[in-house]
Design a protein around this ligand. Structure first.
Ligand SMILES: [Zn+2]
Length: 277
């Protein structure tokens, strides 16, 4: 399994001032010492940090050998903004990451919301743009709602209970996608996990790594995971949803859809109450 972490320097769970983001990142990276990981950056998410603050935070990642990829500048939704605007935003995201990488361009690109193009025209045009600009698209197979758990975690009084519920949920997600990979590709594959840079994952990472080890995973870098031939399968999905690439391969094969376990009802209710959404 490759671990990829999106929305660096910090996702939408809480404060983005330098002290908070630094504390979160130090804790996360301590738990990930010796573990290959790829982080996907939205430089705009770091406005409160300033350029120097963002470089300090990204430096905590690269110091430990983490790979940094481009997740656009401002996290635009490809379903809502014109392609040209999306592409300009993507390129605008690169300079801060290039600087953190010591002057080399990101190798990887991750679609915000996993929205990869609602129709064939947009999808093919963006794919061609990525090739032209020498980005490898980073797919996701283990797609989770960690961000929703993280939002509630940051606000609940019962942090221990929330953390336990999160671990059970993540175990059920792994279980589902392991089986679904076999149904769709005929075998177990090198999975690519998507989680976000937030306090929940900083606090849960030691437990998450134990959970993955218990399920038999060895953590590898994104480049090694992508060498699995499964990632050469066609993505047959055209639509507005941000879904796992396993679902996209299933769609290309004409298989009946089967979706991963949803968020627990109580979590949806808490999230709705806390976020007003
Ligand atoms: Zn994102």
């Amino acid at each position: 399994m490759a671990i990829t972490i999106d929305d660096l320097p910090r996702g939408g769970d809480g404060a983005k001032d330098l002290a908070s983001v630094r504390a979160l990142t130090v804790k996360l990276m301590a738990a990930l010492k010796g573990v290959p990981v790829t982080g996907f950056v939205n430089a705009q998410g770091a406005q409160a940090l300033g350029d120097a603050g963002l470089q300090e935070i990204l430096g905590l990642w690269t110091k430990q050998g983490a790979e940094l990829g481009n997740h656009t500048f401002s996290h635009p939704d490809l379903n809502r903004v014109p392609l040209a605007e999306f592409e300009a935003d993507l390129l605008r995201g690169e300079p801060a990451i290039r600087k953190a990488r010591g002057g080399t361009q990101s190798r990887y690109f991750r679609h915000p919301f996993l929205h990869a193009g609602k129709d064939a025209e947009i999808k093919q045009a963006l794919d061609a743009f990525l090739v032209k600009h020498r980005y490898t698209m980073a797919p996701v197979t283990l797609d989770t709602s960690d961000w929703m758990f993280a939002y509630v975690y940051a606000r609940t009084a019962d942090k221990a209970g929330l953390l336990q519920a999160y671990l059970l949920y993540m175990d059920s997600i792994c279980e589902f996608y392991e089986k679904r990979a076999v149904e769709v590709t005929g075998r177990e594959i090198a999975q690519i996990l998507l989680i976000h840079a937030n306090q929940l994952n900083a606090d849960a990472m030691p437990d998450l790594l134990r959970l993955f080890a218990k399920r038999g995973y060895r953590i590898v870098g994104l480049a090694e995971a992508l060498r699995d031939p499964a990632y050469g399968l066609p993505d047959g999905y055209l639509g507005t949803n941000g879904i796992s690439w396993i679902h996209r391969w299933a769609s290309a094969k004409g298989l009946t859809e089967r979706w991963e376990p949803g968020e627990p009802k109580w979590l949806l209710e808490e999230y709705g109450r806390m976020s007003g959404r």
